[in-house]
Design a protein around this ligand. Structure first.
Ligand SMILES: NC(=O)c1ccc[n+]([C@@H]2O[C@H](COP(=O)([O-])OP(=O)(O)OC[C@H]3O[C@@H](n4cnc5c(N)ncnc54)[C@H](OP(=O)(O)O)[C@@H]3O)[C@@H](O)[C@H]2O)c1
Length: 265
């Protein structure tokens, strides 16, 4: 397994939840981190909580929904660090709306943030990794990247799209020594449900029951990072809800029976 020490990681969605815990885990293990999301103050706070030298991190604010001037962002990163070893496309937004009643603007916002934002950044970083002839890119999907789920129609679609994209670039870049991991969290106790888009386009603003009783991001982060360091192609992380991934694969009829009964909260 590769070591974290002195490796450079670019993490989106680093201001909160899983991304925050992954950034802090890497900094505490002597890695270097580029922290990105929209909230610059929160990103600074995440890094400062680690009491580490500013030599070890760089804040690059960005909005995945409207990711422009990505080459300038990349140059900023390369001015500080000579290489990028890992990119984790983690930033994202969830959904709590019924498809038939969801404005298309909401669907587009979710796709722009979760899918297009991730692939715009990935395409830019991939060019550098091809030059380096090394690198590892991860995409944070979800169990609903494996199957559909009520109130998550476009969120699920955006995550399933990530699987298609990242599996394809894995095949294209074996010759370039670039590794790809897809992270599949079940339920992790973060603000994801609070921040999810609700029917009126505003924040759902509720910590759903399933979320509140789930694995902490501090516990999830090392599982994900160690999985990446071991070059795992898929990293499942969470609790018993992950069973649904295996039931969907091996017992599809049971899956459809159970999925009619499952709570969407
Ligand atoms: N928690 C779970 O149960 C769970 C389950 C499955 C998958 N996931 C996935 O895990 C990832 C991390 O989510 P989380 O659980 O840690 O939730 P979270 O606490 O809400 O964190 C989401 C992160 O994404 C960033 N983000 C959201 N919209 C953005 C935008 N337009 N541009 C840039 N950054 C943006 C947020 O930062 P700013 O607000 O500062 O921009 C924040 O850092 C997401 O991709 C999510 O879909 C989570």
């Amino acid at each position: 397994m590769r070591r974290i020490e002195n490796t450079v990681w670019w993490i989106t969605g680093a201001s909160s939840g899983i991304g925050r815990s992954m950034a802090q885990y890497i900094l505490k293990n002597k890695g270097k981190v580029i922290l990105s999301s929209r909230n610059e103050d929160a990103l600074i706070a995440v890094a400062e909580e680690c009491n580490t030298s500013t030599d070890n991190y760089l804040i690059i604010p960005l909005d995945l929904e409207n990711l422009v001037k990505v080459d300038e962002l990349l140059q900023t990163a390369l001015n500080k660090f000579p290489k990028i070893d890992f990119l984790i496309n983690n930033g994202g937004v969830s959904q709590r709306t019924i498809a038939s009643e969801t404005d298309i603007a909401v669907d587009r916002k979710i796709m722009e943030t979760n899918f297009f934002g991730a692939i715009i950044l990935t395409k830019a970083v991939l060019k550098i990794m091809i030059k380096q002839q090394s690198g590892h890119i991860a995409a944070v999907s979800s169990v609903v990247g494996k199957f559909g789920f009520p109130l998550r129609s476009t969120y699920s679609a955006s995550k399933q799209a990530l699987h298609g994209f990242f599996e394809s670039i894995r095949a294209e870049n074996v010759k370039n020594n670039i590794k790809i991991s897809i992270v599949i969290p079940g339920r992790i106790n973060t603000s994801i449900s609070n921040n999810a888009i609700s029917q009126d386009g505003k924040k759902h603003g509720v910590l759903d029951d399933g979320q509140a009783n789930s694995m902490s991001p501090e516990k999830a982060a090392p599982i994900i990072i160690k999985g990446i360091l071991k070059h795992k192609k898929e990293i499942l992380v969470g609790g018993k809800e992950l069973l649904m991934v295996h039931i969907r694969r091996f017992f599809p009829r049971l899956f459809y029976y159970l999925s009619n009964k499952v709570s969407a909260k």
